[in-house]
Design a protein around this ligand. Structure first.
Ligand code: HEM
Length: 150
């Protein structure tokens, strides 16, 4: 049995990195970049921000899924509270959305920035924005499942 406290600590610190990063990007950095930067500088900024942030998110989602599943299995799947099952379901949707962003629109954004195709870059960034907003909302819902549903 791996210690529950250690698993929960890894789980929650990784959730903080992922959700906190998305909150900062969406709520603080995005409006400021819109206000201050023209498309070429803005798209270059986002490519750089995502390339660094996503490296952390790959680690964070691996730890969230790994620690969450171990805790669930150690407790017993069948007797786990309903909130844990809901957390597994919404967490899985969040992982799928993230993997789509990192392997789809983010790669398109990178290629567009290299080619200085600002129109294609802006379209890819808009897709990423929608997905990040969705994942941020799902993240809050998942925390509600984890803490409010028994
Ligand atoms: C594969 C997906 C996931 C699984 C299997 C999973 C499973 C678990 C389990 C078993 C616990 C332990 C609860 C306890 O000991 O009280 C837990 C705690 C928690 N998880 Fe997850 N989780 C997953 C994804 C997520 C995600 C994506 C988030 C947030 C966006 C999240 C947020 C939380 C929170 C806030 C707690 C603390 C709840 C508390 O201790 O009251 N989890 N998770």
């Amino acid at each position: 049995m791996i210690m529950q406290g250690v698993l929960l600590m890894l789980h929650l610190s990784s959730v903080v990195v992922w959700l906190g990063g998305m909150f900062f990007a969406y709520v603080c950095l995005r409006p400021t970049a819109m206000e201050l930067l023209e498309p070429p500088a803005r798209l270059r900024l986002w490519r750089g921000v995502f390339s660094r942030f996503f490296a952390w998110v790959w680690g964070a989602i691996s730890l969230i899924a790994g620690s969450g599943l171990i805790m669930l299995v150690q407790h017993g799947f069948a007797t786990a509270p309903r909130g844990w099952h809901l957390m597994l379901a919404s967490g899985t949707v969040m992982f799928v959305i993230y993997i789509y962003v990192a392997t789809g629109p983010y790669r398109t954004l990178s290629r567009a920035v290299d080619a200085e195709d600002w129109k294609a870059g802006a379209a890819a960034l808009n897709r990423i924005r929608q997905m990040v907003a969705t994942n941020l909302a799902l993240g809050l819902l998942t925390i509600a499942f984890a803490t409010l549903v028994i």
